[in-house]
Structure formats: C-alpha cells, structure tokens
Ligand binder design. Sequence first.
Ligand SMILES: NC(=O)c1ccc[n+]([C@@H]2O[C@H](COP(=O)([O-])OP(=O)(O)OC[C@H]3O[C@@H](n4cnc5c(N)ncnc54)[C@H](OP(=O)(O)O)[C@@H]3O)[C@@H](O)[C@H]2O)c1
Length: 183
Amino acid sequence: MAAIKIAIVAMNELGIIGVNGALPWRIKEEMRHFRTATDDSVVLAGSKTYFSIDKKYRPLENRVNIVLTRNSIKRPILEQEGSYACSSLEKGLELAGTFDKDKIFFIGGGMIYEQALLKNLVDELWISQVNFYVDLSDKTNKEITYFPDFPKEDWQEYDRQKRNQFEVVKYHKKIICQNVNPQ
Ligand SMILES: NC(=O)c1ccc[n+]([C@@H]2O[C@H](COP(=O)([O-])OP(=O)(O)OC[C@H]3O[C@@H](n4cnc5c(N)ncnc54)[C@H](OP(=O)(O)O)[C@@H]3O)[C@@H](O)[C@H]2O)c1
C-alpha cells in the first residue's frame, strides 16, 4: 500500500513556525511528540531546516532523512552524514516511496510545506498549536517563517489532543464526491 503523506508542524496562533532560521520556542514535550510521531518513517526536509538541526542530532535517528537541495555542494555533506539529497520534491517523494514505510512526513520548513500543499501532495496535516508570543516589533526577529495559508474548507479535523503546552490537531483532506453521471 502507498505510504500516507503527512505535513507535521508546530505553529503559534499567527501561523509562525520559525524565527531567524530556527524554531522560536523550545518545548520538550512537543519535540517528544515529533520524535514519536515520525519514528520509523521517512522525513523530507528543506536544506535550511535540516541544517538548522544540531549536528549531533542529525540525521534524525531511526528515520530515513531526505533533504531537498539544489545546491550540489551540500550533496556530499548530506551523504557523508547518512542523509539522502534530492533536487526536487518529486524526486524526494519517489525516493521516499522505495523505503517501504507506512508514513512519509514533510517536516518543513516553510518552502517545503508550501510546495507540498500547492502541489496537492499532502494527505494529512498534523498541527501542534503552541501558545508562544513572537514580538514582531522586535528588530532582532528579522526572518519570520510562516506556515502557508491553506484552504481550511478542504480539510476535515479528525483528532484533537490537549497536551500541557500545546494541542495536536489532525486533519485529513476532504474527499470531494462528484456525481459523474447525473440523472
Ligand atoms: N515549527 C515547525 O514545525 C518547523 C518545522 C520545520 C522548520 N521550521 C522553521 O522553518 C524555517 C526554515 O524554513 P524555510 O522556508 O526558510 O526553509 P526550508 O523549507 O527548510 O528550506 C529551504 C531550502 O530547501 C531547498 N528547497 C526548497 N524547495 C526545493 C525544491 N523544490 N527542490 C530542491 N530543493 C528545494 C532549498 O535549498 P538549497 O538552498 O540548499 O538549494 C531551499 O533554500 C526555520 O526557521 C525552521 O526552524 C519550523
């Protein structure tokens, strides 16, 4: 059976997912949730997200790490670390499909979520809603990354779990039934 493709993300109420190339918050329980959810799966990351992970934690263990980059200089570095480098989302997904895993996760960042959603490649969204204030008037918060806008009406919530510092909400894409043979 084909693997299910899930975008997993943590965002605040404004949809902010990153500040200055890093996660804006450090919520251990949310990191544990991410680790447990993505265990024994394939994870697909943009090169900015991958290289923002502390060297001692990458590749993410017990997961197949596929990194998207168009930069040929990064390819040998990734391969040396034990990750796979792919030059397009489609090639990344094709490779991901060869590993016989149940789940393929888009783990960000903003560019990867945006392309995967636009290209209709995401089956489910697993969103950790965190309460974390980012001061947008603070001049040191230079580079703000947002989760892309997506049509909420196309997604059906099917699970919601409250944790101490965040809430996990899961959606699957609504199946649009079309009557192809109207009477
Ligand atoms: N809150 C969360 O759950 C979460 C999750 C993940 C990331 N983040 C945050 O998101 C921010 C990073 O996001 P971002 O949008 O700036 O960068 P990103 O999506 O992580 O990576 C962008 C890079 O990926 C490569 N890339 C993108 N599309 C590609 C394609 N179609 N084919 C081949 N390569 C492609 C390019 O790498 P090259 O330049 O090497 O070619 C591009 O510069 C960070 O702040 C990070 O902490 C947050």
